[in-house]
Design a protein around this ligand. Structure first.
Ligand code: NAP
Ligand code: ZN
Ligand code: ZN
Length: 348
């Protein structure tokens, strides 16, 4: 038995997303069945559905910023009950035994965590399907609770854009007075600004869209640097301690490394490959370059609770499912203020 579920899928790397129907598993003893209410639109959905990383399997149902309500629970499920508001992020399973899994960093599972979509599905065979759909069955250990007080639509992007920016800011100890540069003011970037500001950092937005300056300041940035003028890289050389690079398209990382002070660190969360790096900007000021992948279940819950306490949510534009292809085109033009969220009621 399986549960027929309405969805939107890409059938090839060049096809626009279109209506499709998929099968979810009947909830087992450890599972929770969730009615999906909202799903955020991450740039990763575009990279994947257009096969920009070369590993896409079709049909593909993207979506890993999922918020919904529990509608059924399996016999062994005690933490969740019908009606609970829950979130599902970028992965739905992991080995649970390796060092990273035991440390609550399942995203770095040594066996590879099971991504919410485009990953082998242990239960159903084939591939996993994501949140551009009306329901999903998930193991109870891979859910987070949406705290009371967070609007469900504006909380959805926290499941990826939120945790992906919160985790590295925490991991590298950004605090009062740290000079933080956020490169790219999109879905991830706008959350990075809010979080860094809430941690007391001095925040500079570096953007190739000069028209975003007022928004950057409204979101909490202290300064804005328009990067279309190459001269700004000389003027601001050595002025920040920590850069979070959220850009989705190829750009000259060496220029951004030059903005770091002695011992500064540039953390890549954006995923445009390849991104060639020269040794000189690293060596000259003992700079580092790092990467960071989303965050574990425990830290995702901590981030959601932090958002509820601090009143932080995402700036969203809610769209019906059939506007997804238009939303992708707007994201490719950097015309998103600052996350599209699909209202799944539009698919029922
Ligand atoms: P998004 O909303 O589309 O924002 C990306 C931003 O990058 C744009 O708004 C734009 O900001 C900037 N940008 C785009 N094209 C550019 C270009 N040609 N030159 C310079 N800047 C450009 O994307 P997102 O959802 O935030 O995702 C950003 C990246 O992070 C994607 O590659 C995504 O796959 C990746 N990601 C990684 C993780 C992880 O775990 N590491 C998690 C989620 C997403 P400005 O207009 O301000 O310049
Ligand atoms: Zn994402
Ligand atoms: Zn593991």
């Amino acid at each position: 038995m399986s549960l027929q579920t309405a969805a939107y899928a890409a059938q090839s790397e060049t096809a626009p997303l279109a209506p499709w129907s998929l099968s979810r598993r009947e909830p087992g003893a450890e599972d929770v069945l969730i009615e999906i209410l909202y799903c955020g639109v991450c740039h990763t959905d575009i990279h994947f559905s257009r096969n920009e990383w070369g590993n896409a399997q079709y049909p593909m149902v993207p979506g890993h910023e999922i918020v919904g309500r529990v509608v059924r629970v399996g016999a062994n499920v005690e933490r969740w009950k019908v009606g609970d508001a829950v979130g599902i992020g970028c992965f739905v399973d992991s080995c649970r035994q390796c060092g990273p899994c035991r440390a609550g960093e399942e995203q770095y599972c040594e066996a590879g965590s099971t991504f919410t979509y485009n990953a082998p599905d242990k239960h159903m065979g084939g591939m996993t399907f994501g949140g551009y759909s009306t329901q999903i069955t998930v193991d109870q250990h891979y859910l987070v609770r949406i705290p009371e007080g967070l609007p469900l639509d504006a909380a959805a992007p926290l499941l990826c854009a939120g945790i992906t920016t919160f985790s590295p800011l925490r991991h590298w100890g950004v605090k009062e007075g740290t000079r933080v540069g956020v490169v790219g003011l999109g879905g991830l970037g706008h959350m990075a600004v809010k979080f860094a500001r809430s941690m007391g950092a001095h925040v500079t937005v570096l953007s190739h869209s000069p028209g975003k300056e007022a928004d950057a300041k409204r979101l909490g940035a202290d300064a804005f640097v328009a990067t279309h003028d190459p001269e700004v890289f000389e003027r601001h050389a050595g002025q920040v301690d920590f850069i979070l690079d959220t850009v989705s398209a190829p750009h000259d990382l060496n220029a951004y490394l030059g903005l770091l002070a002695l011992d500064g660190n540039l953390v890549l969360v954006g995923l445009p490959d390849p991104t060639p790096v020269s040794a000189f900007p690293l060596i000259l000021q003992r700079r580092s370059m790092s990467g960071s992948l989303i965050g574990g279940i425990r830290e995702t819950q901590e981030m959601l609770d932090y958002c509820a306490t601090k009143g932080i949510t995402c700036d969203i534009e809610v769209i019906p499912m059939d506007k997804i292809n238009e939303a992708y085109e707007r994201m490719m033009r950097s015309d998103v203020r600052y996350r599209f969220v699909i209202d799944m009621a539009s698919l029922k």
